[in-house]
Design a protein around this ligand. Structure first.
Ligand SMILES: [Zn+2]
Length: 177
């Protein structure tokens, strides 16, 4: 009778390889406004998501952070940032304009007693700073995405091959025993 029935097919290795392939399909160097982008690496790398909830009761606020797995920088999502960028910048500009108009109408900026014109100007600083920061990152993103769009599929492929990988461990530094 057959004596080799105990030999089982070695299927373990195959399953490990095939699960990795799925994730590698998306090239992190192809611009996607809806995906998180790392401004330091200039790539859509994998991210570590973390979420902090502070405060209690109705004043609870949640801070979500997406940090690049390669360089640990905070990543940003162009599609999600755009409405905030316009909103905050517009809001800041309106506050600043009203503050300046009141000040000009009164003929003075009452910094000592904190008149409404001064309060409005002070309140405009914060949204303008955040909005300005968003504009800064958005410009970086737009510059990068327009550069990437000019590249051929082969060039993008090559870029993905040369880039540092978040997966790690397979850098070829194996010691031969
Ligand atoms: Zn990065």
């Amino acid at each position: 009778m057959a004596q080799s029935e105990e030999e089982l097919p070695e299927s373990q290795e195959d399953s490990i390889v095939s699960s990795e392939d799925e994730e590698l399909k998306a090239n992190p160097f192809i611009p996607n406004a809806k995906a998180y982008w790392c401004p330091s690496c200039k790539a859509h790398h994998d991210y570590d998501y973390s979420c902090f909830t502070s405060g209690s009761g109705g004043n609870r606020s949640t801070t979500e952070t997406y940090s690049c797995k390669v360089c640990k920088s905070t990543m940003f999502n162009p599609a999600q940032t755009l409405p905030w960028m316009y909103g905050l910048t517009g809001f800041g500009v309106i506050l600043l304009a009203i503050g300046l108009l009141i000040g000009l109408a009164k003929g003075e900026f009452d910094f000592k007693d904190g008149g409404p014109e001064v309060i409005l100007i002070l309140f405009s600083i914060f949204p303008l700073l955040i909005g300005g920061m968003m504009i800064h990152y958005m410009r970086k993103w737009l510059a990068w995405s327009s550069t990437q769009k000019k590249k051929s599929a082969e060039e993008l492929e090559q870029e993905a091959v040369n880039a540092p990988s978040a997966a790690g461990g397979d850098s070829g530094e194996k010691t031969e025993a």
